[in-house]
Design a protein around this ligand. Structure first.
Ligand SMILES: C[S@@+](CC[C@H](N)C(=O)[O-])C[C@H]1O[C@@H](n2cnc3c(N)ncnc32)[C@H](O)[C@@H]1O
Length: 211
């Protein structure tokens, strides 16, 4: 059962998604810049729950020599940084709608030339390349109604190389709704649900469907 603050949170972002994608993107940008008025608003770098979730996510990745990795909704780059350490030969891209978050993400990676950050909205972003590993964690619930989830899922799928892997991590059981359009477009390789925690979550791993 979602808590009252969660219901209010989802209602707010559903209402925003009544706007055009461009209008929604403008408000999301302002909201997340405000949210990042102080560093690390979700305590992603220090909360043991978040750290454990990152470790679990890395453990679920199919073992491959990934060359190009993207994290969509990277915030201040905590997980992006972990990806750069886990895959020392890969080029890593972080995308976020908040410039303020990205400025801190750039500081975090401290001039590592393999890591770049792009200011973009997943709903309207036109990528200039494709990736063999795509992440989207704790972000889809900000996109609101069904049609925006469908659009965001299509945008995430469009980032994938033909044999790429996409990993989505979201609260359980809401992940069922949030991952619905990924389930429709991709082959689900694995889903692990972690319930022995105050905030249950699901890690879903997808591959492209055979042509
Ligand atoms: C809760 S944080 C998740 C951070 C990170 N993925 C993690 O799990 O540690 C959500 C991030 O998604 C970003 N975001 C929300 N809507 C977005 C959109 N439409 N396009 C790109 N980023 C977005 C926010 O700015 C925020 O930094």
């Amino acid at each position: 059962m979602p808590s009252f603050p969660e219901i209010m949170h989802r209602t707010l972002f559903r209402t925003l998604s009544l706007l055009s994608p461009q209008g929604q993107g403008m408000i999301l940008r302002r909201y997340f810049n405000w949210k990042h008025r102080s560093p690390d608003p979700w305590k992603l770098a220090t909360d043991s729950y978040e750290q454990q979730k990152y470790l679990s996510t890395l453990q679920h990745l199919p073992p491959r020599a990934y060359r190009r990795i993207i994290e969509v909704g990277c915030a201040e780059g905590v997980f992006t940084h972990a990806l750069a350490a886990a895959y020392p030969d890969a080029e890593i891209t972080g995308v976020d709608v908040s410039e303020r978050a990205l400025a801190r993400a750039r500081e975090r990676v401290n001039g590592n030339e393999r890591v770049r950050f792009i200011h973009a909205d997943i709903l309207t972003h036109r990528p200039d390349q494709r990736f063999d590993l795509v992440f989207c964690s704790e972000t889809l619930y900000y996109l609101g109604r069904t049609d925006r989830l469908r659009r965001a899922s299509a945008q995430l799928c469009a980032l994938l190389e033909p044999d790429g892997v996409l990993v989505a991590v979201h609260p359980w059981p809401e992940a069922t709704r949030l991952h619905r359009y990924l389930d429709a477009s991709l082959s689900r390789l694995e889903e692990q649900v972690y319930t022995a925690t105050a905030r249950p979550f699901a890690i879903a791993v997808y591959g492209t469907k055979p042509a």
